[in-house]
Design a protein around this ligand. Structure first.
Ligand code: GDP
Length: 295
């Protein structure tokens, strides 16, 4: 059920509520629905703006209320156009670093980003820096074969930063446009692994000035406040340039995207909306708000 239906069901059972103006019971219900949809702290800001609107008697009908809600949610996002990548100065490959905890869809989003770039005429090389789990690099190799792009992998137990370095080296030698670096999934609570990530970014920067040009954190849109925690810690280790929020196909919890953007302060650049390579959507605040509200 879309967010709008849920709000209507609990807060607008009596349409007179809007005509009468401010109604604390109704505001509380809206607040509860937003919290359930994972809006997090952004809930309270929205409800305060709603209270203000109602006090002024500016939301007299359901249609006006829905339109206001749509604008308000879309307005909580700012930032660059989602589909513009920073490709650097063109003197060498652009490097895109992809990080996140296990199972959020990191490797799948790497494949989706590669597909997106290949269909736009860019040449791409993938780097599998997960030298700890053989399955990690095997999965990326399968994607690379399917996409018809080269992949650089390391030796088991090797230094992930060395693999990334070699990948940038190989891409430079071959005149490839973009290197997408997949990293091992790690928990944000594992300090040594977070430090390894900082090192990875540093080493890439040593091989190629200005790199990584983009650093994307992949977050699972269905895990709510936990994703917020991940975002805060990862952004302390790597200078993130964007969030990609996954698994937003078929969930009523999309409100997490609002909370994530507000709390982490990093723009949402893409949404993962399925398991296929095409299922990566440049983030559009208005379209997102429409889908979240539903109906
Ligand atoms: P990683 O461990 O973070 O690299 O995660 P994977 O890329 O292996 O993905 C974990 C699971 O999530 C796989 O079953 C993927 O097919 C699935 N997945 C990835 N992206 C999405 C998405 O946008 N939507 C849905 N529903 N599933 C996804």
């Amino acid at each position: 059920m879309g967010l709008w239906s849920r709000i209507k069901r609990v807060a607008l059972t009596d349409v007179a509520v809007l005509v009468k103006g401010i109604d604390d019971g109704m505001l509380e219900e809206v607040e509860r629905v937003l919290l359930e949809a994972d809006f997090g702290p952004a809930t309270f800001e929205l409800v305060e703006r709603l209270r203000d609107k109602m006090t002024r008697g500016q939301l007299k009908t359901e249609a006006v209320f829905r339109e206001w809600l749509l604008d308000d949610i879309a307005g909580m996002f700012d930032g660059r156009a989602a589909d513009e990548f920073n490709f650097g100065d063109g003197t060498g490959p652009a490097v895109i670093l992809v990080v996140g905890v296990n199972g959020v869809g990191k490797t799948t989003q790497v494949a989706k980003l590669a597909h997106r770039m290949v269909t736009r005429g860019k040449t791409v090389l993938l780097a599998a820096t997960d030298t700890f789990r053989a399955a990690g690099s095997e999965q990326l190799t399968v994607w690379a074969d399917r996409l018809g792009v080269p992949v650089v992998t390391g030796v088991p137990g090797g230094d992930p930063a060395a693999v990334a370095y070699d990948a940038v080296e190989a891409a430079t030698a071959r005149g490839i446009d973009v290197v997408i670096v997949d990293t091992a999934g790690r928990l944000h609570t594992e300090d040594d692994l977070m430090a390894e990530l900082s090192k990875l970014a540093r080493v890439i920067g040593r091989r190629r000035e200005g790199a990584p040009h983009e650093s994307f954190l992949i977050l699972d849109g269905t895990v709510g406040q936990n994703a917020l925690q991940q975002g805060k810690v990862f952004s302390g280790s790597v200078a993130l340039t964007g969030l990609i929020v996954t698994k937003l196909d078929g969930t009523a919890k999309g409100g997490a995207v609002v909370g994530l953007h507000r709390e982490i302060g990093t723009p949402v650049r893409f949404l993962g909306v399925g398991e296929a390579v095409e299922d990566l959507e440049p983030f559009d605040p208005r379209r997102f708000a429409e889908r979240l509200l539903g109906d």
